[in-house]
Design a protein around this ligand. Structure first.
Ligand code: KG4
Ligand code: ZN
Length: 337
């Protein structure tokens, strides 16, 4: 196989992810999630996540090596998410990565979680065109980024001024009595509903910026559902889900196309957990096609947090000849793009 053999470790939130790649070839992508333990709290509990990472780390690492059919000593480099994310959760992955790097005598690379969400697309669709625009939509982030090349410094073109897109999904799901995380159940319910049933607000659509706002949308959905309840009428859950989802996808795709136009970029990549959303993917494909923009979205399994994305970015960094991190690499919960 071509390219460096890189181990990638991801622990920024609730997923303990370990990936192994050979350049752009994916050899293993093992994930253990502590989501079951958080669901009843309606959100990820940092302390619970850290503890779960600690318990899952060695089994997931062993599983990844077994799956890839490589020995730890075969690895050329160890990459790990250094931030942003939950501080205690990040620390578990960073500590594990340091232990492997030190014990194996291999270089350590601390990587940015957001850049890894972008780089993962290379495992599926080959080298990312440079420059490209990335729309990064997850539970913690909603940003438009200008990506000069995947290992280089990204510039933020705009981001949410309040809730992240995934956060809006999670909150609306709660209003509709669906489990956490809310993205997948809303996506499923929306398939049975009409996207034009209710006209929910599209904030900041024509404000001339590339920023987003989803807090008002979430409140509008909650008010609408509440009013139905007050009137003693049943809530058309599928229509609400489809109409909410349409508002999110509409704003995200319009602004992503605007970002490409404004910066003269012809390639858009979408990443992060919300990129798994079926309507966002379909609408992005439609609008990019009419705008003459080439669209790349990794398969849903690679959109949510995983170790393969960290390994993928690590492999690009190694191939670009960038210097490794020190073994004193800190976990940085607010690492900027
Ligand atoms: O990237 P990710 O796994 O973790 C973070 O870095 O935040 O994203 C998790 C977010 C959650 O808010 C979840 O509800 C959302 O991604 N999500 C989805 C879908 N699958 C996951 N949102 C919409 N549609 C989906 N199919
Ligand atoms: Zn993420």
């Amino acid at each position: 196989a071509g390219g460096p053999l890189v181990l990638g470790i991801e622990t920024s939130c609730d997923e303990t992810g370990v990936g192994i790649v050979a350049g752009r070839e994916l050899l293993a992508d093992e994930v253990a999630s502590s989501m079951d333990q958080h669901a009843r709290f309606g959100g990820v509990v940092p302390e619970v996540a850290s503890r779960a990472h600690l318990e899952a780390m060695v089994p997931v690492l062993d599983g990844a090596f077994a799956k890839a059919g490589v020995r730890p000593s075969d690895i050329d480099a160890v990459a790990v998410t250094a931030g942003p994310g939950l501080a205690g959760a990040l620390m578990v992955g960073v500590a594990a990565a340091k232990a492997y790097a030190y014990a194996l005598g291999k270089p350590l690379y601390g990587v940015n979680h957001l850049a890894a969400h972008v780089a993962v697309d290379q495992l599926e669709h080959g080298p990312l065109p440079a420059p490209c625009v990335a729309l990064l939509v997850s539970g913690g982030h909603s940003s438009l980024l200008l990506v000069p090349d995947v290992t280089g410094e990204m510039t933020s073109l705009g981001s949410t001024i309040d809730d992240a897109a995934g956060e809006a999904y999670d909150k609306v799901a709660r209003v509709l009595g669906m489990p956490f995380p809310g993205g997948p159940p809303i996506d499923r319910a929306a398939k049975e509903g009409a996207a034009d049933a209710i006209r929910f607000p599209r904030a900041k659509l024509h404000d001339g910026t590339l920023d987003f706002s989803f807090a008002g949308l979430k409140t509008a959905v909650a008010r609408w559902v509440e009013a139905r309840g007050d009137a003693g009428e049943p809530v058309p859950v599928a229509d609400v889900a489809a109409s909410f989802q349409e508002a999110v996808a509409d704003v995200l795709t319009r602004k992503a196309v605007s970002a490409c136009r404004e910066h003269g970029v012809t390639d858009l990549v979408i990443g992060g957990g919300v990129a798994a959303n079926s309507r966002l993917r379909a609408l992005a494909a439609e609008r990019c096609a009419s705008a003459g923009i080439r669209l790349r979205v990794p398969r849903p399994g690679l959109c949510t947090d995983n170790g393969a994305m960290v390994a993928a970015l690590g492999a690009s960094i190694v191939a670009a000849g960038r210097p490794p991190s020190s073994l004193a690499l800190p976990a940085d919960s607010s690492l900027p793009v």
